[in-house]
Design a protein around this ligand. Structure first.
Ligand SMILES: Nc1ncnc2c1ncn2[C@@H]1O[C@H](COP(=O)(O)OP(=O)(O)OP(=O)(O)O)[C@@H](O)[C@H]1O
Length: 244
């Protein structure tokens, strides 16, 4: 497996009883790449992502994340990745500062580092007036921006984002993607699932999962050429919904 890749997946499969949720998928993600992981509801994205972040054991196949085997070195994988999901991110009943301190502690950062990082994060996001407010009182878009920054506190090489912008307005989504690009330019690898096809256009490469299998994988430009359509939305509809 090539060391230059941040993620390397070979014949990864997960079955639940008779049902195959992830069916023999193989792909790689290069360092510093923004990789979109798409699929309709139930296609198997979350199951695949859970295996890659080391919390679900594959039935068969192999994967390396940050050069660690996801089965034999799951704890090393966890230390070297950031994770953020739309469903769970921050504690609503803690302030922004308290959330940063709490997660910094979980990531094993020293007190002084947490203090410096807290200030940097608040400065970067321009959240001086909100730093001592409960996260629950913030608009969703702001929560997600803070959650993304918190997922970066321990300086992970790879960041997994599971529908990070679900339910967020278009302007905030655009700002969120600017944050993603900034991290990619620093050399971080971004693995992101989304249901927004305009966001798929922002990815360097995109894979589309259908019923547990990866049916397409290429840059948005090449996929549009391959499927002879003008948008990623049409590519997705052709594949995931089987519409001709
Ligand atoms: N623990 C489990 N036991 C049995 N079936 C499961 C389990 N986890 C997931 N599945 C099934 O595997 C399939 C893929 O689910 P998964 O959550 O990975 O899809 P997804 O692509 O992430 O969908 P969504 O976009 O809705 O989150 C679904 O049919 C789901 O019901």
């Amino acid at each position: 497996m090539k060391a230059a890749n941040a993620i390397q997946v070979k014949n990864l499969t997960k079955t639940f009883g008779e049902f195959t949720a992830v069916n023999n998928i193989s792909f790689h993600v290069g360092k510093g790449e923004v990789f979109g992981f798409l699929g309709a509801n139930g296609a198997g994205k979350t199951t695949a992502m859970k295996m890659l972040i080391g919390i679900l054991k594959p039935t068969s196949g192999k994967a390396q994340v940050a050069n660690y085997d996801i089965t034999s070195h799951a704890n090393d994988v966890k230390k070297n990745i950031g994770y953020m999901s739309q469903r769970f991110s921050l504690y609503n009943d803690l302030t922004i500062k308290e959330n940063i301190t709490f997660f910094g502690g979980i990531y094993g950062l020293k007190k002084a580092t947490i203090k410096t990082k807290t200030q940097a994060l608040i400065n970067d996001l321009g959240l001086h007036d909100e730093a001592n407010k409960l996260v629950g009182s913030l608009p969703l878009g702001w929560k997600q921006k803070v959650a993304f920054s918190v997922s970066l506190l321990h300086d992970p090489q790879i960041i997994f984002l599971d529908e990070p912008t679900g339910g967020v307005d278009p302007i905030t989504r655009r700002q969120f993607w600017e944050m993603i690009y900034r991290e990619a330019h620093k050399g971080k690898t971004i693995f992101v699932t989304t249901h927004y096809m305009d966001e798929a256009e922002y990815c360097d490469r995109v894979s589309i999962m259908v019923e547990g299998k990866i049916e397409a994988l290429d840059s948005p430009k090449n996929l549009k050429t391959q499927y002879k359509v003008d948008s990623m939305n049409q590519v997705f509809l052709k594949l995931a919904r089987n519409i001709e």
